[in-house]
Design a protein around this ligand. Structure first.
Ligand SMILES: Nc1ncnc2c1ncn2[C@@H]1O[C@H](COP(=O)(O)OP(=O)(O)O)[C@@H](O)[C@H]1O
Ligand SMILES: [Mg+2]
Length: 367
């Protein structure tokens, strides 16, 4: 079902499900365009509620609170894709949701995500479903090793994932994955011997117009994004393939909003899609400082039905996440003239927790 091209003029209230840093940066981008944001999230002390016009603090399954929230806003978007299906359906009965909840459902399920991509003619790692250790062993015979076993649902930052090497016992791998996410269904993926990991943020407006940002190159440490370098150090032909791929995904899903498309690039220049995130993406934070219009403003523009803005990169940028105790280095960051500090206002420091990021700007030249 195609989204209706509804438009919401400045002055409207955008409801955002989720109170994390992505919601915070979306609300910060909505303000200069004259929108108000109403955040719905379970924690009173969240990054987004600190910067919004209004907040509802309630559980995602609190139907009454959801209905009141829906009635108080002009449209709803979200800052994480694991919105429970029931939450989305309560809201959808009363208010426009962008992107559409069926896109959420696809991105919440790694099997559906890959099948949808393959149906659109977009290449991914080879994969198979596994519901038991025996099915995992059979899948490995077909896909070969190395491979990776992931929980189909609820995984992020490498959670619910087990690497399968030449000598890994399938039963042990299964037990490890199923132990971290009870009742999990598994997806086994052939290991992609990638040369680089890149991502493209694509924005698609309510009437189908699209813009893509230059691919960023992502470096993960302990499965958490550590650094994005923009532009990615790949040939222009590969960058163009990546941008076209992201557009095909956005168009194929009839997306209204912003989506992060994670990809692997092999040494032959083949681009495979790894994961989709139907929201602003951590690897797109550099666009706040490196482009005229950031991914967050683009998200607001698309869901509000406004024209999109320029995604052209005016500077090269290196975005580094400030994880856990690294946040205490803020003073050193501020001493660098071309570093832009973004803190998320989180009070409790935990190892690996995303506390903020810093974007370092460089002249727009080839690296
Ligand atoms: N099939 C694969 N081949 C090679 N590396 C992979 C594969 N799947 C995942 N990885 C590595 O693990 C990381 C996390 O996996 P991903 O599927 O993106 O899950 P998450 O939801 O945790 O981000 C990827 O960024 C990549 O480095
Ligand atoms: Mg990922």
């Amino acid at each position: 079902m195609a989204d209706t091209p509804a438009r919401f003029a400045p002055g409207a209230t955008i409801g955002i499900l989720g109170g994390g840093q992505l919601g915070r940066m979306t609300a910060l981008a909505a303000a200069p365009l004259g929108y108000r944001c109403h955040i719905f999230c379970p924690d009173a002390e969240s990054p987004a509620t600190q910067v919004c016009d209004r907040a509802t603090i309630a559980a995602y399954d609190d139907g009454d609170a959801l209905r009141r929230f829906a009635d108080s806003v002009d449209l709803v978007t979200y800052e994480f894709e694991n919105v429970p299906a029931d939450t989305a359906s309560v809201l959808q009965d009363r208010v426009l949701l962008r992107p559409r909840p069926d896109i959420l459902a696809i991105c919440q399920d790694r099997l559906r995500e890959k099948a949808t991509l393959n149906d659109l003619g977009i290449a991914t790692a080879p994969y198979a479903e596994a519901r038991t250790a025996e099915e995992l062993a059979r899948a490995l015979e077909r896909l070969g090793r190395p491979a990776v076993l992931k929980s189909v649902r609820m995984g992020y930052d490498g959670k619910g994932q087990v690497a399968i090497a030449r000598d890994t016992d399938p039963a042990a791998a299964w037990a490890e994955m199923a132990g971290s996410i009870p009742g999990a269904v598994g997806i086994v993926e052939g290991w992609v011997p990638f040369e680089r990991e890149i991502s493209v943020v694509v924005a698609r407006g309510a009437e189908g117009a699209m813009v893509t940002y230059d691919p960023g190159e992502n470096l993960h440490t302990n499965h958490i994004l550590h650094r994005t370098t923009a532009p990615a150090r790949i040939p222009e032909t590969t960058a163009e393939t990546a941008r076209i791929t992201a557009r095909r995904v956005a168009e194929g899903l009839d997306l209204v909003g912003v989506m992060g498309v994670e990809m692997f690039v092999t040494s032959e220049g083949t681009v495979l899609v790894n994961e989709l995130a139907p929201r602003p993406h951590n690897s797109g934070h550099w666009t706040i400082d490196g482009c005229p219009v950031s991914q967050f403003e683009q998200h607001v523009r698309s869901v509000a039905g406004l024209p999109l803005g320029s995604a052209e990169r005016h500077s090269n940028a290196v975005m580094t996440n400030l994880l856990g105790e690294e946040v205490h280095g803020w003073r050193t960051v501020l001493a660098e003239p071309r570093a832009r500090l973004h803190l998320y206002g989180k009070q409790t420091v935990k190892p690996g927790r995303k506390m903020g990021h810093v974007t370092r700007l460089f002249p727009r030249t080839a690296w």
